[in-house]
Design a protein around this ligand. Structure first.
Ligand SMILES: NC(=O)c1ccc[n+]([C@@H]2O[C@H](COP(=O)([O-])OP(=O)(O)OC[C@H]3O[C@@H](n4cnc5c(N)ncnc54)[C@H](O)[C@@H]3O)[C@@H](O)[C@H]2O)c1
Ligand SMILES: N[C@H](C(=O)O)[C@H](O)COP(=O)(O)O
Length: 325
C-alpha cells in the first residue's frame, strides 16, 4: 500500500467542546508520520499550541512536523469551553463544508471531523441535519446514502436507523433501508477495508430476535427472509440474531461487522468495549470521512484532560483508507 502525501484535512468541530484540544493532541502524536491540516479559527486552539497558518494544503506536509498547519477560518467569537456560542454555529458548518470541498477537489486525501454539538448547530444556525453523516451524504449529492459505521479492533457496528427517536424506529426500519445498508456496508468493507468476503451479522430488533414472533414480528415477517435471500445470492450473512448475545468475545469472532437496527444497539457495545480507540467512519460516500467516536464533552472541555487517542485513531484510519483506495 502506498500512503498518500496529501494531507488529511480536519474540520474544527464545536469550538466550545474538546475538538480543538484533541486535534492539537492528535497532531502532536502523528506529526512526523501523517500530513494533516486543521480548518478552524486559531483563537480556538489551546494556548501554546504550535501552529502555522498555511495558504493552501500543498504546504501542509512540509509544515506538519514542526507545527500544526492551519487553514484559518474566522469565527464570530473566541470560544468559552463548555458553553457553545450561537454566533459561532455557522462557522462550524462552514468549516465542514470547506473541508468537503478540499477532499472532493483532491487537495486533501481524506476528511476527519472533530465533534459537533447537534443541539448547538440546530439552535444557533438552523442546521437541518441530525449529524455529520446525514449532512455529508447531502453534500456528496448523487443517489447514494451515507451509512454510519463505528470501528475498533474489537468490533465494527453499523446502525440501520441513526439519529431518530426510539419510538420512530419500527416505522423507519424497512426492507429497502436494511437492504441498502447491507449493500453499502458490504461494498465498502471490500473496497475500503480490503475484506474480500465480509462476514455480516444482522441483529434482531426485538428481544430474543422476536422469539418466533411472540415478542415482535419484524424478524419473522421480513428480516429473516431478506437475510436468506441475500445469503442465497452469495453474501456471507447470518441473522437475525438476538442482540443481547451477539457481542461477547466468542460471538464477535464470527463476523466482520454487526448491522444493528438502531443507534444505541450498535453504539453501546463498541463504546463500552473500546471508547478510547473507536472511530466513526461514513460509508457510501465518494470520499473518505472518519471521526472520533466521542462527542464534544462539554463537561471536560478546556481542562486539558481529554484523551486525543480516538482522534488520532480516526486520522490514522483516514490516512490508511486513502492509501488503499
Ligand atoms: N462525531 C461527532 O460529531 C459526535 C460524536 C458523538 C457525539 N457527538 C455530540 O456530542 C455532544 C455530547 O455528547 P455526549 O455527552 O453524549 O458524549 P461525549 O462523548 O461528548 O461525552 C460522554 C462522556 O465521555 C467523556 N469523554 C468524551 N470524550 C472524551 C475524551 N476524548 N477524553 C476523555 N473523556 C471523554 C465526557 O467527558 C463525558 O463524560 C452531543 O451533541 C452529541 O450529539 C458528536
Ligand atoms: N452517533 C454518533 C456517535 O454517538 O458517535 C455521533 O453522534 C456522530 O454522528 P455524526 O458522525 O453523524 O456526526
Amino acid at each position: 500500500m502506498t500512503l498518500p502525501d496529501k494531507p488529511v484535512v480536519i474540520s474544527c468541530g464545536e469550538p466550545a467542546g474538546i475538538g480543538p484540544e484533541v486535534a492539537a493532541g492528535a497532531w502532536a502524536m502523528l506529526r512526523d508520520d501523517i500530513p494533516m491540516a486543521w480548518v478552524g479559527d486559531p483563537r480556538h486552539l489551546p494556548a501554546g499550541t504550535p501552529f502555522e497558518e498555511i495558504a493552501t494544503l500543498s504546504e501542509a506536509a512540509m509544515v506538519c512536523p514542526r507545527a500544526l498547519p492551519v487553514l484559518a477560518q474566522s469565527f464570530a467569537h473566541p470560544a468559552t469551553p463548555g458553553s457553545p456560542d450561537a454566533a459561532n454555529a455557522q462557522g462550524v458548518i462552514d468549516a465542514i463544508e470547506r473541508c468537503v470541498g478540499l477532499v472532493q477537489s483532491g487537495e486533501a486525501s481524506a476528511l476527519c471531523t472533530a465533534p459537533i454539538n447537534k443541539k448547538a448547530l440546530i439552535e444557533g444556525a438552523g442546521f437541518a441535519y441530525p449529524g455529520h453523516t446525514e449532512y455529508l451524504g447531502a453534500l456528496a449529492g448523487g443517489s447514494g446514502r451515507a451509512v454510519m459505521m463505528l470501528a475498533s479492533e474489537a468490533l465494527r457496528v453499523v446502525p440501520v436507523t441513526i439519529h431518530i427517536a426510539l419510538k420512530d424506529v419500527p416505522a423507519t426500519l424497512t426492507p429497502e433501508l436494511l437492504r441498502s445498508t447491507i449493500d453499502i456496508t458490504h461494498t465498502d468493507l471490500q473496497k475500503r477495508f480490503g475484506i474480500a468476503k465480509p462476514r455480516i451479522a444482522i441483529a434482531g430488533l426485538n428481544p430474543h430476535a422476536g422469539e418466533g414472533g411472540t415478542m415482535g414480528r419484524e424478524e419473522t415477517d421480513w428480516i429473516a427472509a431478506l437475510v436468506d435471500e441475500l445469503a442465497a445470492g452469495g453474501i456471507n450473512i447470518a441473522g437475525p440474531m438476538p442482540a443481547d448475545t451477539m457481542f461477547h468475545a466468542a460471538a464477535r469472532a464470527g463476523y466482520d461487522v454487526a448491522i444493528c437496527m438502531y443507534h444505541d444497539q450498535a453504539l453501546i457495545p463498541i463504546k463500552t468495549l473500546d471508547f478510547d480507540r473507536g472511530v466513526n467512519v461514513t460509508l457510501g460516500l465518494p470520499f473518505i470521512r472518519t471521526s472520533p467516536d466521542h462527542g464534544t464533552a462539554f463537561d471536560i472541555a478546556g481542562r486539558g484532560i481529554a484523551s486525543p487517542v480516538s482522534m488520532s485513531e480516526a486520522i490514522k484510519l483516514a490516512h490508511r483508507m486513502a492509501g488503499s483506495s
